[in-house]
Design a binder for this molecule. Structure first.
Ligand SMILES: Cc1ncc(COP(=O)(O)O)c(C=O)c1O
Length: 379
């Protein structure tokens, strides 16, 4: 048997990354908002049709910017799915918000829109749907509830760049959306993110918050003759060296997405029968959703089997991982009153889920090794 070593994730150069990073240095502009950052902004704005895209140092920071832009104040409530990364909630808690969790759907693991309205109170300031695995939340319902109660929507689209819900790109529904370019994502700059702004009223203040609370962006455009402190803010803009890396990845959009689609389909085809036989669930992608092919996961019948499969694969050189722990049961979540049993679907799927190796250099041979090992796993 060949020696197996299949990484869970492996960041790789897919095009002109190194050449563009060299160019960024030769341009003499390696701080933020240089020529490559502008190219990334234009790319995202043109491809997605959003009024404004701003690169940030992470998706976490894009979410923090959105919380400042919505003027979240102590006592405000923000509705968040219980099954998500800590940054989705932390960005709002940092501003003093109280998180109100909503359980997720059994099928897509996205915020359960049928439980959303009961979580709304007069204090609700924002709803933050997370498009898990780049499969769209039920945005018709989410937007309808938000409109009727006059609540802002910020889409956490860390996983879902270029995915669609009913023909519209994810990230174009809420007043804002956050993207991640962390090394595990389809398109990466190591660490990185973007804030997409769909409500033009927010653009000017977003530029200020991103530039340490100054109107430096206006100064650089020649709209004011000096720049100064005008609002709260921080340093949320990435170096142009990182933007150069990211732009090279954007240029390979078709190649990256095609490869990831093939990876996803090889897993789905290779594991469908096995999953049916052992009561294992595969990802669910509703017909009206075009996914981003960000990840492939399995939902094992029990926690014990999930742990056993992760250990079994690891002993054989295949690295698979679990994903989010229920937020309400975390140390912080319990401080906000979270109790076992509050969000049963999240508690269940969090125990069951295993993510298989998935990256831009994964080969079909490696995938066959993973699939063969899973077929040989003893339940
Ligand atoms: C749903 C979600 N939101 C936000 C983040 C944070 O992204 P970043 O590492 O770019 O800050 C992650 C991380 O993977 C995530 O899964």
């Amino acid at each position: 048997m060949p020696e197996i070593n299949v990484d869970f994730n492996r960041p790789v150069v897919v095009g002109n990354e190194l050449e563009y990073m060299k160019q960024a240095i030769e341009n003499g502009h390696i701080s933020g908002d240089g020529p490559f950052t502008k190219k990334c902004h234009a790319f995202l704005e043109n491809e997605l049709g959003v009024p404004k895209a701003l690169l940030t140092t992470s998706c976490t920071h894009a979410l923090e910017m959105s919380a400042i832009l919505l003027d979240i104040q102590p006592g405000d409530e923000v509705i968040i799915p219980d099954f998500t990364f800590v940054s989705t909630v932390n960005a709002f808690v940092l501003r003093g918000a109280k998180p109100v969790f909503v359980d997720v759907r059994w099928d897509t693991l996205n915020l359960d829109e049928s439980r959303l309205e009961e979580a709304v109170t007069y204090r609700t300031k924002a709803i933050v749907p997370v498009h898990y695995a780049g499969v769209g939340c039920e945005m018709d319902s989410v937007m309808d509830i938000a409109r009727r109660h006059n609540i802002s929507v910020v889409e956490d689209n860390a996983h879902g760049l270029f995915a669609k819900y009913k023909g519209e790109y994810l990230g174009t529904f809420g007043s804002m959306a956050s993207q991640s370019f962390h090394e595990t994502k389809n398109f990466t700059s190591g660490e990185g993110g973007a804030l997409l702004i769909n409500d033009p009223v927010l653009v000017e203040r977003a530029e200020i918050i991103r530039e340490k609370g100054t109107n430096r962006a206006r100064f650089f455009r020649g709209q004011v003759d000096k720049y100064t402190w005008v609002d709260i803010g921080s340093s949320y803009l990435p170096s142009d060296i990182l933007a150069a890396f990211l732009f090279a990845q954007f240029e390979q959009r078709q190649k990256i997405q095609l490869h990831r689609k093939q990876v996803w389909e090889i897993y789905a085809t290779g594991l469908r029968d096995w999953a049916g036989k052992y009561n294992v669930r595969l990802p669910c992608v509703p017909e009206h959703c075009e996914q981003s092919y960000h990840m492939f996961y399995l939902l094992l019948p029990t926690l014990e089997l999930r742990q056993k499969l992760i250990a079994y694969l690891r002993e054989r050189g295949v690295y698979s991982v679990f994903h989010y722990l229920p937020l309400h049961l975390s140390d912080m979540g319990q401080r906000f009153g979270g109790m076992p049993g509050d969000y049963p679907v999240t508690e269940h799927v969090s125990d069951q889920l295993i993510r298989l190796p998935f990256h831009n250099a994964l080969t079909s041979t490696e995938q066959e090794q993973v699939i063969d090992l899973i077929h040989e796993f003893l339940f």
